[in-house]
Design a protein around this ligand. Structure first.
Ligand code: GYE
Length: 306
């Protein structure tokens, strides 16, 4: 970073690494925890953070990345809102000689060496874990199991992969079927609206598979308004593991939560330091995660960090 009386942003002296970070938005509890983790970790690592919120719009992210390039930051990190459409801006960062670290979500690209590493969860595996629990839960039943799916943001890595992993498992069993599937954009209001529409056109829903907790929590409101008992009349599975979802599990309203850990700030700052120093880093770094049921919810609740 250039000198001249202390930079803006958090942390760092004159020789601090300057990191431009483009965040997806503030759409979910997961995202809020992720943002906080990144800001705190930058401060702790003495990294000067330029933080930009894209409000779930790819064009805002592209603009933010271009502005980071113009400002000549040392490293760029971002969590791409959707998978495709990044080739041009990634090439621009590359020709400016600025290393890029992907965090949380992956990109789809044929280009080689346009980013240093990708730190994030294995979303396909999360989908598989959700599917596995479900087929075991219904193992004794020969009857049809009708599933509705609340998808995350269309075109985003977690929406694509969580669908893929889940479908892979349930398609091995003839009696499991996804009868409706729609985008709820990872938000509570999205989950609430789409679930309401599902319920008004279908009175035979056995299971809700929500790609994140916030959509499940929104859907619970619609299920209750329809006079049904969430977790009883409709089995609910969701992904993330935010506190509110653990509370809903302890209350019997969600049946299974597959964990997705947002607290990756410290690991990200570590990678930023290494990449800036020109050290080799692994191309793909995954985050370890668990699965939780209702009997574990109450006990786990006080220990949840997000
Ligand atoms: O599951 C969801 C958020 O990309 C893993 O984005 C993240 C997802 C997370 O909006 O709650």
């Amino acid at each position: 970073a250039c000198g001249g009386g202390g930079g803006e942003g958090q942390g760092g002296g004159d020789d601090a690494i300057v990191l431009g970070f483009s965040q997806v938005g503030a759409e979910s509890g997961w995202r809020t925890a992720n943002t906080e983790s990144i800001k705190n970790a930058a401060k702790d690592a003495g990294i000067e953070l330029k933080f930009s919120d894209a409000q779930q719009q790819q064009e805002n992210q592209i603009q933010a990345i271009r502005s980071f390039i113009q400002q000549g930051v040392d490293v760029i990190a971002f969590s791409p809102v959707v998978e495709s459409g990044w080739d041009t801006v990634l090439a621009e960062a590359k020709s400016a000689g600025i290393p890029v670290v992907l965090t949380d979500r992956a990109v789809e690209t044929d280009q080689k060496d346009v980013y240093e590493t990708f730190l994030g969860s294995d979303f396909v595996e999360e989908g598989r874990k959700a599917g596995q629990w479900l087929v075991e839960e219904y193992a004794d039943s020969e009857e049809d199991v009708n599933i509705v799916e609340l998808q995350g943001t269309t075109g985003s890595a977690p929406a694509i992969d969580r669908k893929e992993g889940f479908t892979e498992i349930i398609s091995e069993h003839d009696n499991f079927e996804i009868t409706a599937s729609q985008d709820g954009d990872f938000t509570r209001s999205g989950g609430q609206e789409v679930m309401q529409a599902f319920l008004s056109s279908d009175d035979d829903i056995d299971v809700l598979y929500a790609h994140n907790d916030d959509m499940a929590l929104g859907a619970i409101e619609s299920i209750e308004s329809a006079g049904l008992e969430p977790g009883e009349d409709i089995t609910i599975i969701s992904i993330d593991g935010i506190k509110d979802a653990f509370q809903a599990m302890a209350d019997g309203k969600i049946n299974l939560v597959v964990e997705c850990n947002p607290l990756i700030g410290p690991q990200l700052m570590d990678l930023v330091g290494k990449v800036h120093a020109g050290e080799e880093v692994e191309e793909r770094i995954t985050v370890e995660e668990g699965v939780y049921t209702q009997d574990e919810a109450e006990e786990e609740l006080p220990d949840r960090k997000y």
